[in-house]
Write a protein that binds this ligand. Structure first.
Ligand code: IDC
Length: 269
């Protein structure tokens, strides 16, 4: 999804079903911004946002899909900024979803602004036990430094004492290329489990020209290494990373002419 406070209408079971049946999607990632767009920690309506997350998880579950609960830090840079809220949020959610084996917890989208791996680990060590209390086995995704790119750094010092922890790798093929794949390879060589919880084929701004040639290289790399991937973003925002064209208001039942260049490319994948 895009930010669910901004685009709540896409939490639509029919839309998810279309993605599953026509696009062969098996995972929905629910992006809950913490800071931007009436974010969860910046004055947004917490109750309503939680309801959207719960609805999204229930819809995905009914449809037999995985669902990622994404604590979407971005302009807040360092996950420790809102660690208190994160703990309370994941406590509530992991309790609600303790029977949902398909629920995946992504505890910090993209640390940035110089946040170090050590700081992220400190944050993770506070949030993981909260989830583990309710959900001993669920998959937990930890963001890596520099907008979830420094997986090579994480690989040198992974989180100890917990199972089913994976590390996120994000890329936008208009911006990130062979150099990032090389670093991802280093992480894989060190046996770090990776999940691409977000990628696009535009540039890193989520806009600009699509780069399909580089995107094909990435997809080849991901398939070869059996790494799952979620595309950014399910919305009709007027930007090239949106899957739906700005003039289309439908949240399900899309035809190819409702899709952007990235949308069409992804559907065919
Ligand atoms: C972008 C959205 C854009 C929004 C911007 C700021 O596409 O509409 O205005 O965020 O909130 C990320 C982030 C993701 C970004 C995306 C594209 O996780 O929130 O979305 N991106 O810039 N990391 C790399 C790229």
């Amino acid at each position: 999804t895009h930010g669910i406070s901004w685009y709540p209408q896409y939490i639509d079971k029919k839309g998810f079903k279309n993605l599953r049946d026509r696009w062969k999607v098996n995972t929905i990632r629910l992006a809950l911004y913490t800071e931007e767009y009436a974010g969860y920690c910046s004055g947004g309506d917490k109750k309503k946002l939680e309801e959207l997350v719960v609805n999204g998880v229930e819809m995905a579950t009914d449809l037999g899909m995985y669902v990622i609960v994404d604590w979407h830090i971005l302009s807040d840079g360092n996950p420790n900024t809102h660690v208190k809220e994160a703990k309370a949020f994941f406590k509530k959610m992991s309790k609600k979803f303790k029977k949902n084996k398909n629920a995946i917890y992504e505890i910090c989208n993209e640390p940035n602004s110089g946040t170090t791996w050590k700081e992220i680990k400190n944050y993770a060590k506070k949030v993981i036990p909260v989830i583990r209390k309710n959900s001993p086995k669920s998959v937990i995704v930890v963001g890596t430094p520099t907008w979830s790119q420094d997986v090579d750094i994480a690989a040198k010092s992974p989180i100890k004492n917990y199972k089913n922890i994976v590390y996120s790798l994000h890329f936008y093929s208009g911006t990130h290329k062979e150099d990032l794949r090389k670093r991802a390879n280093e992480a894989l060589k060190a046996k770090l489990p990776l999940l691409v919880t977000e990628f696009g084929i535009t540039d890193a701004s989520g806009n600009g020209k699509v780069n399909k040639k580089e995107a094909e290289k990435w997809i080849k790399f991901l398939r070869k290494n059996k790494i799952g991937f979620c595309i950014w973003n399910l919305s009709n925002k007027d930007e090239s990373s949106a899957l739906i064209r700005a003039n289309c208001k439908k949240t399900n039942g899309w035809t190819d002419k409702n899709l952007t260049t990235q949308g069409k490319w992804y559907k065919k994948l």
